[in-house]
Design a protein. Structure first.
Length: 187
């Protein structure tokens, strides 16, 4: 009984770490949903229509990519896939502060879609691997509840900080934070 409890606690700890890694990786993406509609002109966009296209572009990439990402996870470890996802998320987030123009932003948003697919599916696969029928719902709920904190921080803190310090500074900070949490990917 004690051995099972210790093993479950270790698995839950790994899922919490993964959720927090995911949360930090979401800072930049979530910030854009508040910041781009306000500062679209500052990043070289010509209309709010472009903002709408950019904010939805990652979804159009994720849908066809999910089967390919699933196949990729049969070829590589979950840890390596999550590491790659966080690296891509950090890079795209960092570049949000440095690029201008619709097509540059479109490439970044599509690339973010790849990162999110890798991160989301890798997380779900890890939860499936570490859970059993008794704790799967609890583990999934814990993961979903914690990683969404990243959306809150990105939207709230990100938008306030962009008004105070500018998009370049905030995107760079959020990107660097994503790179720093890559070291926590030792699960």
């Amino acid at each position: 009984m004690i051995k099972k409890q210790t093993k479950e606690n270790t698995h839950l700890k790994n899922i919490i770490i993964l959720a927090l890694i995911t949360a930090v990786s979401l800072f930049g993406d979530s910030m854009l949903y508040v910041v781009l509609p306000i500062h679209w002109n500052d990043v070289g966009l010509t209309s709010l229509i472009e903002v709408g296209i950019l904010l939805s572009a990652n979804r159009f990439v994720r849908l066809p990519l999910s089967p390919l990402i699933g196949w990729l996870y049969n070829q590589i470890s979950i840890r390596n896939g999550v590491f790659l996802a966080v690296f891509i998320a950090g890079m795209t987030t960092l570049l949000y502060g440095w690029v201008e123009g619709f097509y540059s932003w479109l490439v970044l948003r599509c690339t973010w879609g790849v990162a999110w697919s890798l991160l989301r599916l890798g997380s779900y696969f890890m939860i499936l691997e570490l859970s059993d029928d008794q704790n799967r719902g609890y583990f999934m709920g814990t993961y979903n509840g914690l990683y969404r904190i990243g959306s809150l921080v990105g939207m709230l803190a990100g938008s306030i900080c962009v008004e105070l310090f500018g998009l370049r500074a905030v995107a760079s900070t959020f990107g660097v934070l994503a790179f720093l949490v890559m070291t926590a990917n030792m699960i």
